[in-house]
Design a protein around this ligand. Structure first.
Ligand code: AMP
Ligand code: FES
Ligand code: ZN
Ligand code: ZN
Length: 321
């Protein structure tokens, strides 16, 4: 395989684009494409202040690298979830995010959930009904809340995440199979702030295959955490990714066309935005002030209050529920 640009030895062959590139030209191509997507989907202007949510993985660190190289003002946010156990998943990913930032002179804010709320994510899950078998729902809820708060408090214009095409196509497949039309209407490269208490969100890597972002991080020499969160095993999203990969192997480009035809249908107004459940009837949470559709307290405050009350009961000698 030869590089299409220089004829040198190809480092990656992208069947879906019928394109092979050498290391040097791939490291040029991916940032150029990212810039193209930022403009095409009107994600943000060159002057915008960006907060990049970094997990320590290839996608978000690769994205932070690309945005900085493109000249954007991009600070980082790492959320310490306390998912450790045998793998030391959280502490290792934090170490890599901090190392990445320090090596490039970038500013990283670390928010530790246990310091903020008094319990780690696995502890919170064990104490509440919500995350009884897996901590993923309390984790997702907490990450969304902390990201929004950090972006608003820091005065950032846009919160940027490292979601790639595999992530987006898996979510889309899930929402299509369950005909979750409201969620489908909300999915896309940009999530507008539908309320002054919500930050605008963008996903500049949403058109890159996971193997493309992995290749970028490897070829760029970014040290990232290879392991997935240990709780992701058996998740529906992983199953959908596997199914899509099987189809992709037979039909290169299928994953991309699935996602792009969805975006096109949305653009043509074929996917009704008015059915968006999250945009309907938002009002400030009585405890934290963040917008919520629930009456009174938001799901985040309700959950963490329950976590704290369970901790008190345990101290008093009761059994945690
Ligand atoms: P995930 O939900 O793990 O697939 O991650 C999707 C995106 O959320 C990543 O690309 C990051 O931008 C962001 N993210 C995930 N985990 C964290 C974390 N612990 N701290 C900050 N951002 C995160
Ligand atoms: Fe949150 Fe796995 S449970 S990252
Ligand atoms: Zn080349
Ligand atoms: Zn709240």
């Amino acid at each position: 395989m030869k590089c299409r640009k220089c004829g040198g030895k190809a480092a990656i062959n992208m069947r879906q684009h019928k394109l092979s590139l050498c290391r040097e030209h791939y490291l040029e191509w991916l940032p150029e494409q990212t810039q193209r997507f930022i403009e095409k989907y009107r994600m943000f202007s060159p002057q915008a202040r960006l907060l990049v949510a970094v997990s320590g993985g290839k996608d978000s660190l690769g994205l932070w690298d690309v945005l900085s190289r493109l000249g954007y003002q991009a600070d980082g946010l790492y959320i310490g979830l306390g998912i450790d156990g045998g793998l030391a998943y959280s502490s290792e990913s934090q170490r890599l995010a901090e190392r990445f930032a320090a090596g490039r002179g970038l500013r990283l804010t670390v928010v530790d959930v246990a310091a903020l709320e008094g319990a780690t994510i696995p502890e919170a899950a064990a104490r509440t009904q919500r995350g009884k078998d897996k901590p993923c729902s309390v984790c997702g809820l907490t990450k969304r809340h902390v990201m929004n708060r950090a972006a608003l408090d820091g005065g950032y214009d846009v919160l940027v995440t490292g979601h790639n095409l595999d992530d987006e196509a898996a979510v889309l497949l899930g929402n299509t199979l369950t005909w979750a039309t409201g969620y489908r209407a909300r999915q896309g490269p940009v999530l507008e702030a539908t309320h002054p208490g919500l930050v605008r969100k963008a996903k500049p890597f949403c058109r890159f295959y996971e193997r493309e972002t992995a290749a970028y991080a490897l070829l760029r020499g970014i040290e990232y955490i290879y392991d997935e969160c240990p709780h992701a095993v058996g998740a529906k999203s992983i199953y959908y990714k596997e199914v899509l990969n099987q189809m992709e192997a037979e039909r290169p480009g299928l994953k991309l066309s699935f996602y792009l035809s969805f975006l096109e249908a949305k653009e043509r107004g074929l996917i009704a935005a008015q059915s968006d459940p999250a945009a309907a009837g938002l009002h400030p949470c009585t405890t934290c002030g963040q917008p919520t559709s629930a009456p009174g307290q938001c799901a985040y405050c309700r959950t963490w209050e329950r976590v704290r009350s369970q901790a008190v009961r345990t101290l008093e000698g009761g059994q945690p529920v």
